[in-house]
Unconditional design. Structure first.
Length: 244
């Protein structure tokens, strides 16, 4: 039995496929999100770092899931950004996306360039989830790391430059997360490997996909936490929850 943790990357979708019977994990870049579910392992659960379930009217702070996750992340809370309203999915340009969001948000707002840049990936995941695929769950790497770390957020940002710890040893956000992932079943050789070229995916993408796969195992085993605790559904019936 296999599950998958998925993170969007420049080359498409980076999936870490993790076995429930201690076989070695593997990482692969897929051109489309739908292809992840058709991988040879046929993952039973796919946890993905992309919004699943979009509001009809975008509220300040985002969905209940986004607000609940920010509360536990402290200094890392800015990593959880609110998704756009569902109406924005038809936008072809940034200007059009902003105009649509202005008419479908309360209070009225535009969308960020960062959100627009992943709009194609939001469309992909939404199409798969909306087609009735109950294998797809939304996760967020920093929330997964928080849960993995005994409900304590990471101290350093992944992209932070090296800073000395309390005894003067330099460390980085990537090393902090690798150390945690090693404690939860990943070999160092895997955590420092590459699934593709540097242009296709970065080291951060692999760490995030590993964290997502850890959450996918927890979802399968019925141990995962959901944010918010009370289900909230969008107009297409998708559960707007973040799992960790």
């Amino acid at each position: 039995m296999w599950v998958a943790g998925v993170d969007g990357c420049p080359g498409g979708w980076l999936a870490v496929l993790r076995s429930l019977d201690r076989r070695k994990p593997r990482a692969q870049i897929f051109a489309t999100f739908a292809e992840v579910l058709r991988a040879p392992e046929r993952p039973s659960i796919v946890a993905v770092d992309i919004p699943v379930g979009l509001p009809k009217i975008s509220q300040k702070g985002g969905r209940a899931a986004d607000i609940a996750c920010r509360k536990v992340l402290g200094a890392r809370r800015s990593s959880v950004f609110p998704p756009p309203s569902r109406a924005v999915l038809v936008a072809k340009t940034y200007l059009e996306a902003c105009e649509i969001e202005l008419s479908n948000s309360l209070p009225a707002k535009k969308i960020s360039k960062e959100t627009f840049n992943i709009l194609d990936k939001i469309r992909e995941a939404d199409a798969v989830a909306a087609a009735g695929n109950d294998k797809v769950f939304e996760c967020h790497p920093e929330v997964s790391f928080w849960a993995m770390n005994g409900k304590r957020a990471m101290v350093l940002a992944k992209k932070a430059s090296r800073v000395p710890d309390e005894i003067g040893i330099p460390r980085s956000g990537r090393e902090e997360r690798r150390h945690l992932l090693r404690r939860h079943g990943y070999a160092d050789a895997f955590l420092t490997s590459r699934a593709g070229s540097a242009k296709q995916c970065g080291a951060d993408d692999l760490l995030d996909a590993c964290a997502a796969a850890w959450t996918a195992v927890r979802i399968f085993e019925g141990k995962a936490m959901r944010f918010p605790t009370i289900a909230e559904f969008d107009e297409r019936g998708l559960d707007m929850a973040i799992w960790a």
